[in-house]
Design a protein around this ligand. Structure first.
Ligand code: BGC
Length: 390
């Protein structure tokens, strides 16, 4: 009888032990699924996500442009010593993917969302979803428009970017009636308007005084006597000369423009190209046109390939936007928010719905003469990344 009782007791303990062990396993199994069960895919980069939750979610527009890959690299460098967990997701030029990314980050429990929208207005729905969960939203470089669900904006001085581009063309124009080719960024990006506004501020008086003659936009031609354009007026010009931030589209447009241009619109020309990717594509087209004697072409972002073009004399200038500062500012803001402090701002931007408190960073013009000082000596790039640098 005692033996039987002993046996039953051992059996009972064994069964309890098995139940306990199985229970533990299934629990840790579901825990693991929760930790990693997000749609990470190939565009996901995680940092310090070992505790399962993410504090700061970062959404960037596309991996296909070196500009945003640069931002990712600078974020990663800045995050190395961070005590907060972060995740960087890319939207690959799709508002639907962007929304999915924001939803993923919301499900990971983020407290702060840093987002550079693919399409400023379309991103409104995503940030509103984040806001509803009590998440603080920081618009990064590109403003999310037409919503009240943006708390802060960290940006470069984008009007100054356009002004620097326009000023470069003015400073390098020789004589009068210099054909001026205009190209812009995507109309879905608020920055494209700010860049063009800045360029127009400087170029319009020089169109009016006959230094330049507009070569490729009847809409700009019709507005050439207006110093200040409304958004709708700019929209008409952008509709005609947009590159959509796509080098291929820029190349096709440049080819079409040069095919249509008569002799009077060739020779020495000035080209307003909105950024480096489109500048290289447009420059390649102008460089191989028999009717073009010489060209001056602008850019922005200081992409490695464009710095090489500048060293080689194929692109005239770029506007250097030190991404390290933007990353530092946005991360600083995020940490302030997480620590319960009020982030410092220096002004505000109207996003069509509210005035968004903003922190703004200045920009630097880079041409052949100051590549070394601004980009190499400052530690932004290594001299070994280029050929032909002394
Ligand atoms: C950014 C530029 C970039 C462009 C295309 C703009 O919003 O400010 O730096 O070249 O988008 O991605």
């Amino acid at each position: 009888m005692r033996e039987k009782f002993k046996f039953i007791s051992i059996l009972f303990i064994a069964i309890m032990a098995i139940i306990f062990i199985t229970g533990c396993n299934s629990e840790s199994g579901s825990g693991t699924a929760d930790d990693t069960g997000t749609d990470s895919g190939t565009e996901t980069e995680s940092e310090n996500t070992d505790d399962g939750g993410v504090s700061i979610g970062i959404v960037l527009p596309t991996k296909d442009e070196p500009r945003w890959v640069q931002d990712e690299a600078r974020f990663k460098a800045a995050l190395e010593d961070s005590e907060y967990t972060t995740e960087i997701l890319f939207s690959q030029g799709s508002s639907a993917k962007e929304k999915e990314n924001v939803e993923t980050l919301i499900s990971q429990g983020i407290d702060v969302l840093i987002i550079a929208p693919h399409d400023g207005a379309a991103a409104g729905a995503s940030v509103e979803a984040a806001k509803e969960e009590g998440i603080t939203v920081i618009s990064y470089d590109r403003l999310v428009t037409d919503t009240d669900a943006v708390d802060y904006y960290v940006t470069f001085d984008s009007v100054a970017v356009g002004e620097a581009q326009g000023q470069y063309l003015v400073d390098n124009a020789e004589g009068s009636n210099v054909p001026l080719y205009l190209y812009t960024g995507a109309s879905s990006d608020n920055n494209a308007f700010l860049f063009f506004e800045g360029a127009w501020n400087v170029l319009q008086p020089k169109i009016a005084d006959g230094t330049f003659v507009i070569a490729n936009s009847s809409e700009a031609e019709a507005l050439k006597d207006k110093a200040e354009l409304t958004r709708d007026e700019m929209g008409k010009i952008l509709g005609q000369v947009t590159t959509n931030w796509d080098p291929n589209e820029a190349k096709n447009k440049a080819q079409t423009n040069l095919t249509a241009a008569g002799e009077d619109l060739k020779g020495n020309v000035a080209i307003l190209a909105p950024n480096d990717g489109t500048a290289r594509a447009i420059a390649d087209v102008f460089a191989t046109d028999g009717g073009i004697t010489d060209y001056v072409v602008t850019g922005q972002d200081a992409e490695i390939a464009s710095i090489q073009y500048i060293i080689d004399g194929k692109q005239s200038m770029t506007v250097f936007k030190d991404v390290r500062t933007l990353v530092e500012d946005s991360m600083g803001m995020a940490v302030d928010i997480l620590d319960g402090n009020e982030p410092e701002t220096t002004g505000s931007y109207d996003n069509g719905n509210i005035e968004v408190p903003a922190k703004q960073t200045e920009v630097i013009v880079v041409e052949q003469d100051n590549v070394q000082a601004e980009l190499i000596d400052s530690g932004y790039y290594e001299a070994s990344e280029f050929t032909g640098l002394e």
